[in-house]
Design a protein around this ligand. Structure first.
Ligand SMILES: Cc1ncc(COP(=O)(O)O)c(C=O)c1O
Length: 548
């Protein structure tokens, strides 16, 4: 909270053992219990009431102005505020300047409203404070985590009852891992793929122990690469950097006109590497199920077949699109995901969990042995210590939240959310098409679409223009769309994000686009029309003179 408020409310507070004991011991009398319940009420209802009446996205105060209030870097020796004051301040002073991601008018990112019960579940998880890294600090929670992992594994791979009975509580095998988010889930998948591919042989004890130069020598290679569409999330490049593969070695494969990885380009790249660089090892190929920028889905089925033929680890980044598998109506959009070797799914995206929760699943229940780490004080062999085959050490028991959410919602409840997002995005695309001032750039496959402000007259001019003029107009359009998005964000009533899509090779100007992510069940066509109306009004200010 702002430094000046801290100063003004500071009154005779001291840190001593009496007070500390009160913080740690459960309230023993009715009065203190009532006080704590009152605080919880303020968080649950005070914050939500506030956000409900405060319909916008955020207060129109600039970050520069805000940061002036947060310059103090010393920590007070004595306490500065009581819990009640801290909560009041968070609700009244911080929340208005944070981002109301729960607003139906916030359709710009993969962060949105969460069901109300998630706040209760998060509170229980904090109150229990279990640490699934080891059985000794989680007990039944570790077992529940294995069960939830098996449930999600089943919606991806559907291996049948016998398989899941054999593995759900098996301490020797692992079907998946909880991670902090999609980034660490992708990193885990590539870590496993790397270690599995550069396996121990002829006295070489494995890449995890001996490192990259020894692994490359033992396997007679001089380079590893990962193949992914150029729309792949940057976390895959990050993972390649961390794993010593080098992010230049994430080879971008061209996409087709529907933003899906081009299968001919994919196979040609594999063939070329194999014939021209026999010392290059293709460590993995990544298919996207819900690209971050466009929401598009790669041809997973074909990719899987190609990968099998060439013995390449096939990872699917379904951080966004994974829960689509719960929708009977739309799960076909991810057909082929069941042939993958590993799959990333985020809990804090379309499972509507609070920040943050990632997961990664593996076809082979034994493959995670290649990243196993043991420690005598924790993570013992043959135990349910979930830290053995995981990137994280200590972490919160997110699996409890997902387990409860699945029970509260049922797969059908989640399917309703997924269906709403996909169908509303399709309706939004129709509305954009109806308006002469806008142009769809990428149609929605799931619930993400991109479009731009581009008046009909300008579109016609672009179609007629030669190369140079086309570039000039495109630059003007890019500037206008950038300004339009910024002005709408700054006004604080609604939020649509912006990205730049790379044009196909040979075309010089990349395209600045507006990006809408429709995941909030309260976002309906009325809201979306208002957002477009606002954009049309803003555009009148930013679109002054363009040659047409
Ligand atoms: C497709 C995809 N993969 C991975 C990630 C990274 O996930 P996280 O932000 O949870 O680390 C994202 C995030 O937007 C994503 O869209």
């Amino acid at each position: 909270m702002a430094d000046n408020t801290l100063q003004s409310s500071k009154k005779n507070l001291v840190a001593d053992w009496d007070r500390l004991a009160k913080v740690f011991i459960r309230p023993e009398d009715d009065a203190s219990r009532a006080t704590l319940i009152k605080y919880m009420e303020r968080i649950l209802f005070g914050l939500h009431d506030f956000l409900k009446t405060h319909v916008g996205i955020t207060e129109a105060k600039s970050l520069g102005e805000l940061s002036k209030n947060y310059m103090r870097t010393d920590i007070n020796e004595d306490p500065e505020k009581k819990l009640a004051d801290v909560i009041a301040c968070l609700i009244r002073e911080i929340a208005p300047h944070a981002v109301n991601v729960a607003s139906p008018y916030f359709v710009g990112h993969m962060t949105s409203a969460i069901p109300f019960f998630m706040v209760h579940l998060k509170t229980i998880v904090a109150a229990l404070n279990q640490n699934p890294v080891k059985l000794e600090t989680s007990k039944v929670v570790s077992i529940i985590e294995k069960q939830v992992i098996a449930k999600i594994h089943r919606i991806v791979y559907d291996f049948g009852e016998e398989f899941y009975l054999a593995h759900v509580q098996n301490t020797e095998t692992t079907l998946g891992v909880f991670t902090e988010g999609g980034t660490t889930a992708n990193l885990t998948a590539l870590w496993v793929a790397r270690n599995a591919r550069l396996f121990p042989k002829n006295g070489f004890t494995g890449i995890e122990r001996e490192g990259i130069p020894a692994a490359y020598r033992a396997h007679g290679i001089d380079r590893c690469v990962i193949l992914a569409s150029r729309l792949v999330h940057y976390s895959l490049r990050k993972a390649a950097g961390i794993l010593g593969i080098g992010n230049d070695n994430v080879i971008p494969i061209d996409i087709d006109s529907a933003c899906r990885m081009d299968m001919e380009a994919f196979e040609n790249t594999i063939e070329k590497i194999k014939s021209e660089s026999p010392e290059t090892c293709i460590l993995a190929a990544v298919g996207i199920a819900g690209a971050t920028e466009t929401g598009t889905v790669d041809p997973l089925d074909q990719m899987a077949d190609i990968c099998r033929r060439h013995k390449i680890h096939f990872h699917v980044d379904a951080a966004w699109g994974g829960p689509t598998l719960l929708s009977k109506k739309y799960k076909h959009l991810l057909a082929g995901i069941e042939k993958s070797d590993s799959v990333t799914i985020d809990g804090h995206k379309q499972f509507y969990m609070p920040m943050s929760c990632g997961m990664v699943y593996f076809r082979d229940p034994h493959i995670l042995n290649v990243i196993a780490y043991y420690a005598n004080y924790v993570n013992r062999r043959g135990s349910v210590d979930l830290g053995i085959k995981a990137l994280s050490g200590s972490r919160e028991a997110n699996s409890l939240i997902l387990d409860c959410a699945l029970k509260i919602m049922g797969s059908h409840g989640y399917a309703l959310l997924i269906d709403h997002g996909i169908e509303t995005a399709a309706g939004f695309a129709e509305e954009i098409r109806r308006r002469p001032d806008f142009e769809i750039i990428t149609d929605p496959v799931l619930n993400i679409l991109t479009y731009r402000y581009c008046p009909k007259k300008t579109r016609d001019a672009l179609a007629r223009a030669g190369k140079e003029k086309k570039c000039r107009i495109s630059r003007q359009l890019n500037r206008a769309n950038r300004d339009l998005q910024r002005l709408q964000r700054e006004a604080g009533y609604s939020f649509v994000s912006r990205t730049t899509l790379q044009n196909s090779p040979g075309c010089e100007e990349d395209t600045v686009v507006l990006r809408a992510v429709i995941m909030n069940p309260m976002t309906d066509m009325k809201v979306l029309r208002e957002i477009l109306d606002e954009q049309e009004n803003i555009a009148k200010q930013v679109w002054t003179s363009v040659e047409e």
